[in-house]
Design a protein around this ligand. Structure first.
Ligand code: THU
Length: 164
């Protein structure tokens, strides 16, 4: 038996003060994008903004459905749209923000497992890390790449059953 430990590093900020202007801008764009959410069932309005390598920003939001599993999170909507519309241009950063219809949420939350899996695929596909920026009005969390949240993710190497 061999114990294998993977570490995960995230950076927590009490406010935007120490963020770069690019990080702060992406948060603003994610907050704006939350206003396009269709979330009549959860009232959890999520906005995502992705920055492409050419600095272009793509916005998206969660889109719910009366058949609940048919809806899609803001992050997957954003990444699938960005990769479909601009397949030659890697995503380099993603910010997410949410509100309950009245005020922004206080505590940041990570993308769900399915979104992390999709983000990980995009990172591998373009061999470009995606910086993750999670906004809460009382705390902001930044990670340098998706792997910080999904260290044991399934990737293409697992399909080939090769040594990792
Ligand atoms: N949601 C997102 O858009 N992103 C997340 O990371 C977590 C959850 C959405 C899905 C659903 O529309 C609502 O938030 C409640 O789960």
């Amino acid at each position: 038996m061999k114990k294998k430990e993977l570490t995960s590093t995230v950076y927590e900020y009490p406010s935007r003060q120490e963020l770069t202007s690019q990080q702060s801008q992406l948060i603003d764009e994610a907050r704006k994008a939350a206003s396009t959410a269709y979330a009549p069932y959860s009232n959890f309005f999520v906005g995502a903004a992705v920055r492409l390598e050419n600095q272009q920003i793509v916005h998206a939001s969660n889109q719910e459905n009366s058949a609940f599993p048919s809806g899609l999170c803001a992050e997957r909507t954003a990444v699938f749209y960005a990769n479909a519309r601009y397949p030659q241009t890697p995503v380099i950063a993603l910010a997410i923000a949410a509100n309950n219809g009245e005020e922004p949420i206080k505590k940041p939350f990570p993308p769900c497992g399915a979104c992390l899996q999709v983000l990980l695929e995009s990172e591998r596909r373009y061999q470009t890390p995606i910086e993750i920026i999670l906004f809460g009005s009382e705390k902001i969390i930044v990670a340098e790449n998706v792997e910080q949240f999904l260290p044991h993710g399934f990737t293409e190497v697992n399909l080939r059953d090769s040594d990792q």
